[in-house]
Design a protein around this ligand. Structure first.
Ligand code: AMP
Length: 618
């Protein structure tokens, strides 16, 4: 999301002075990128020294015997590379109210709830107040870069569908919420000074509305009403943007009524939303007729350019698993450029795409050296991919030394990202695999390859193979009383439906002639969903970003056919294992051609905001 309130922390660039012209601000932002990438090595050394010197007395670094050293060599020698599980005891103490400097000398202001999970619950990333400024800094670089490729974006508005999610409190009283919820609620976003690049069609109140229906409805209404002013459209991830278009497909009549009459549907009950929307909305029957005519046509092909005719690009992340949405976006937009602007996480914001109009398959992110201290663990996916990716192993001393610095990565090589942040993560494995695609000055540019372990994802959910296996095992127990068992299974993230949903292909062996009632398979669907992590269940229940899980029963012998196909393509018979997730279209087609019955989850799995352990304590 191209948010550009001001450039903080780079006072020497003075890009935020309210008097400086837009051109001047853009130039300064670009100069900042030029400078930090040219001096990436020095900047990284300085960032590490700054983090370590501030945190000399924190318990974690003292325990590892850093003894006040701030140099890279000692740091790498004494501080281990860790995963979230390693830090869990410290995180739990902070969550339970221990305010002593455990990881960071500055007070932990809140936890950011990552979409990565641990023990079925969202990971909790500690953060500090000052990180908001670092995030704002990265946002503020996006539009100056974009402006080089698409000038004139300051002459209109952006229609971005932005949402907040539920938040909870830890037993110790810290707020726990997603990073974007934290950002949208902060003064950095709420009180941003007027800037042509942060001129959105959605009033803040519609973004901050906790009711997802009202938020979506009001944002779409404002976007439609200001349709000719819109120059760019987007959301954070592709899945969210497509959900908005589906909402339009289902609700255009209501929306048109509101535009025609200049009133707001009574289902929108949030008074601040009503007030904000009514400041914009006036009766416009011509516009309502136009939208009705477009939405009433048989097909939605090109609906974006039809309704928002001045749109120059779609700003959504379509790298990683989100690439599965590219065909749908192309359909809705008649092939408008898809622009991926940035790469970020709850742990830290990392970098931006300096060539935003490139093809989605060529997107690379330049990591900004001031954001944190980066290290890279080389990975070789051809040898032992499954093994090394399946569990978060602690690295031994030799492997610890194998980590390379930002400026030392090699073109074409793949690495796992490891970061040391201002908020108190030291040598933390983020879990993303990146490939070096090139360099901007001395700073590398990375393709996002994949998230470690993840086999299925529709929205921000990330389901790994172990979770899938356990969930399927739990569900297959339902078959036992019918003398049936599951012989093979695989899975597929089906994004042809909106929202997308998980599909499981099951081959079962039955020894009784009596058929198994459909309700048993429906129970199996629900058991799988109940077994998945809280991010998946939240997507089903609260965000409605994932549709009901489907089990497709395939005819006996289907998985043998799958093996024949793989062997025909050159796989070794000895080493062949049925894939637990399929993506390749011919394989999906083969499976679909063998389906004898299909069943959907009859209802949503259980989910409640907050961590299970906190809810139990309430
Ligand atoms: P979260 O932990 O919920 O904040 O999600 C952060 C994760 O989302 C990252 O670690 C990546 O796996 C993924 N992600 C963020 N930005 C991108 C991007 N531009 N392309 C692909 N994946 C991304």
């Amino acid at each position: 999301m191209p948010e550009a309130p001001k450039i903080n922390n780079v006072s020497e660039y003075d890009c935020c002075g309210s008097n400086s012209s837009l051109d001047g601000k853009n130039k300064k932002a670009l100069q900042f990128i030029e400078d930090v990438t040219s001096n990436a090595d020095e900047v990284q050394r300085r960032v590490l020294a700054e983090i370590l010197s501030r945190n000399v007395h924190v318990e974690y670094l003292q325990r590892h015997g850093l003894n006040g050293c701030t140099d890279q060599e000692t740091f790498k020698k004494v501080v281990p590379v860790v995963t979230y599980e390693d830090l869990k005891p410290e995180i739990d103490r902070i969550g339970n109210g221990d305010a002593s400097p455990i990881l960071c000398s500055q007070p932990i202001s809140e936890f950011l709830t990552s979409s990565g999970t641990s023990g079925g619950e969202r990971k909790l990333m500690p953060t500090i107040e000052e990180e908001l400024e670092r995030r704002s800094l990265l946002y503020s670089l996006l539009m100056p870069v974009m402006n080089q490729c698409v000038p004139g974006l300051d002459k209109g508005k952006g229609m971005y569908f932005l949402f907040i999610k539920s938040e909870a409190k830890t037993p110790g009283g810290l707020v726990a919420r997603p990073v974007l919820t934290s950002y949208y609620k902060s003064s950095h976003f709420m009180d941003r000074p007027y800037d042509p690049y942060t001129n959105y069609t959605s009033p803040n109140e519609t973004i901050l509305c906790p009711d997802s229906y009202q938020s979506m409805y009001s944002q779409l209404l404002c976007g439609l009403y200001q349709n000719t002013q819109v120059l760019r459209v987007g959301a954070v991830f592709a899945s969210g943007f497509i959900r908005a278009l589906k909402f339009l497909e289902n609700n255009w009549l209501l929306l048109c009524n509101d535009i025609r009459s200049g009133t707001l549907d009574p289902k929108i009950t949030d008074s601040s939303v009503r007030e904000a929307v009514m400041k914009i909305l006036e009766p416009n029957s011509r516009l309502a007729d136009f939208i009705e005519a477009e939405c009433g046509k048989d097909s939605c092909r090109g609906i974006i350019t039809r309704l928002w005719p001045n749109t120059k690009y779609i700003d959504v992340i379509v790298t990683g698993t989100m690439s599965q949405y590219i065909p749908t976006l192309n359909y809705y937009s008649n092939g408008l450029p898809l622009v991926c602007t940035m790469y970020a996480s709850s742990e830290c914001y990392f970098g931006l795409n300096l060539n935003p109009l490139c093809k989605p398959s060529e997107v690379s992110y330049t990591l900004i050296p001031t954001m944190c201290y980066y290290e890279f663990l080389p990975v070789n996916r051809n040898s032992g991919f499954n093994e090394s990716f399946s569990k978060p192993v602690s690295l031994d001393d030799r492997e610890n030394q194998d980590l390379v610095d930002l400026v030392d990565v090699k073109l074409g090589q793949e690495y796992e990202l490891v970061v040391t942040t201002y908020a108190g993560l030291y040598r933390y494995r983020v879990g993303d695999i990146l490939r070096v695609a090139g360099f901007k000055n001395k700073a590398p540019q990375f393709n996002f390859v994949c998230r470690k372990n993840v086999v299925l994802s529709i929205d921000s959910d990330k389901t790994d193979e172990v979770e899938l296996q356990n969930a399927v095992k739990n569900a297959a127990n339902n078959l036992l009383s019918f003398d049936a068992s599951l012989s093979e299974y695989t899975s597929y993230a089906d994004t042809s439906t909106i929202p997308g949903h998980y599909v499981l292909y099951w081959e079962i062996s039955v020894s009784r002639a009596t058929p198994i009632p459909p309700s048993v398979f429906e129970d199996c669907c629900l058991t799988v969903e109940e077994s998945f992590n809280s991010v998946y269940r939240q997507g089903r229940v609260s965000d409605k970003s994932i549709g009901p899980l489907e089990i497709k029963i395939v005819e006996s012998g289907t998985f043998d056919k799958l093996m024949d196909y793989a062997v025909g393509q050159g796989a070794s018979i000895n080493q062949y294992k049925a894939p637990r997730c399929v993506k390749y279209a011919p394989i999906v087609e083969l499976l679909n051609s063998k389906v004898v019955a299909n069943y959907f989850s009859p209802k949503c799995p259980k989910w409640a905001p907050g961590h299970k352990q906190w809810l139990a304590e309430d």
